[in-house]
Design a protein around this ligand. Structure first.
Ligand code: NDP
Length: 397
């Protein structure tokens, strides 16, 4: 099976991953591949949604904001596309019968639509790491129960997925991290960092939330949790190494001492195309690696003082899935507060750490394994309320 003949839906079509997904589909269509588009979704960006619909001609389009139904209909007038609005419309989009679904909504808001795709046994290209961090074990169980296949899009996990020749013979994984814009910064510089500076990623062009996560290295911590769930390894068997060139996208170490890695230019079209054409590969016009031109590849250990987020994520993973859900929700609120100018850059990790300590002190069941998505939702809500309160006290201070 290749991408040719595969019907697709794109959740989060207006975002950075959504746009790269459109670029891959258009390139493969130009080569003659038949890739019908079933549904697309957006948060509130109607102009972006209309543009995506003109290019892809889906059968159904949905916006997250329930108040935007009429505005969305007007924006898509003349295109002969059914339109929906609100959270249930996002799930309707995912439930439509596309063989392959790109899950690229940002944040835990992507969980319910992603589950709708999983529950009908789709191939789910998973870019949205927050939903896996929030509800990993339950999501994996749902995928197994419904015969869905999760194809990791995050470049590190996609790299490991590509080289995992003997999953049962893995000794360790190493996730690479670019180090983000503050790799060589001091705490003083980080304390004063603006949202624009935090979002100025040296290697990747991405949405604002993941850009801030990359600057705090929370992104790498979330990826550590994601890797632990996807590949079934405890946190102590997953290393993180800073690799500023972002050419090696991760390593799998095997029991015989062999280490396999996947390399490529830092371009999300590569992992997206891999999941779209999996188990085949497609020809995509990404920049080819010039190894002699690269001259050297560098690796260094992350600084635990500058980047406490990694320690927090390791601790949450050891505590259990509900702690990971709380960490993810607290981080989403803290990043939103930072982007809105309400707290400083270094406060992000502080809010997350304080939320987890607060929930533990309140005897919230964070060490328990959730038996339902409702339990995950309740923990997510409690962590968000605590994060807003703690961030508010920092703003006032
Ligand atoms: P963007 O912010 O660029 O895009 C997010 C998408 O989600 C947009 O389509 C946005 O719609 C939509 N959206 C936002 N809020 C909601 C909501 N409440 N309900 C429904 N839809 C919503 O993010 P990215 O594309 O950068 O990232 C998407 C996901 O992929 C994230 O989880 C990220 O961690 C992951 N990822 C991204 C990578 C990258 O290179 N960008 C790499 C690896 C993983 P609208 O435009 O209307 O707001």
């Amino acid at each position: 099976m290749s991408a040719d003949g595969r019907s697709v839906s794109i959740l989060g079509v207006t975002g950075s991953i959504g746009q790269s997904t459109i670029a891959v589909i258009e390139e493969l269509r130009a080569q003659g591949a038949h890739i019908p588009v079933e549904a697309v979704t957006a948060g509130a960006n109607l102009q972006g949604l209309a543009e995506a619909c003109r290019r892809l001609r889906p059968k159904f389009a949905a916006v997250a904001d329930p108040n935007q139904l009429e505005a969305a209909r007007a924006a898509l007038a003349g295109l002969d596309i059914a339109v929906g609005a609100g959270p249930s419309a996002l799930e309707d989009a995912a439930a439509r019968p596309a063989a392959w679904v790109m899950s690229a909504i940002v944040g835990a808001a992507g969980l319910a639509p992603t589950l709708a795709a999983i529950r009908r046994g789709a191939l789910v290209a998973l870019a949205n790491k927050e939903c896996l961090v929030s509800a990993g074990p339950l999501m994996l169980k749902a995928a197994a129960d419904h015969g869905a296949t999760l194809l990791p899009v995050d470049s590190e996990h996609n790299a490991i997925f590509q080289v995992l020749t003997h999953p049962e013979r893995v000794e360790k994984l190493t996730l690479t991290a670019s180090g983000g814009p503050f790799r060589t910064a001091t705490r003083e510089i980080m304390a004063r960092a603006s949202p624009a500076q935090a979002c100025a990623h040296p290697r990747w062009s991405m949405g604002r939330k993941i850009s801030v996560d990359s600057a705090t290295l929370m992104n790498k911590g979330l990826e550590l949790i994601e890797a632990s769930y996807l590949f079934g390894l405890e946190e102590k068997f997953i290393d993180v190494v800073i690799h500023p060139e972002s050419v090696v996208h991760s390593f799998a170490h095997f029991v015989d001492g062999s280490v396999l890695a996947q390399l490529g230019s830092p371009d999300m079209r590569i992992p997206i195309a891999y999941t779209l054409s999996w188990p085949d590969r497609a020809k995509v016009s990404t920049e080819r690696l010039d190894l002699a031109g690269l001259k050297s590849l560098n690796f260094e250990a992350p600084d635990p003082e500058l980047f406490p987020a990694l320690r927090l994520c390791r601790a949450a993973l050891r505590t259990g899935p509900l702690a990971a859900a709380a960490l993810n929700a607290a981080n989403e609120e803290a990043v939103a507060a930072f982007l809105a100018g309400r707290i400083g850059f270094l406060d992000i990790a502080r809010v997350v750490e304080d939320v987890l300590a607060h929930l533990e002190a309140e005897a919230a069941p964070i060490a328990k394994s959730p038996s339902s998505f409702d339990e995950v939702g309740a923990m997510d809500g409690a962590a968000r309320r605590a994060a807003l309160e703690i961030a508010g006290s920092l703003t006032a201070a």
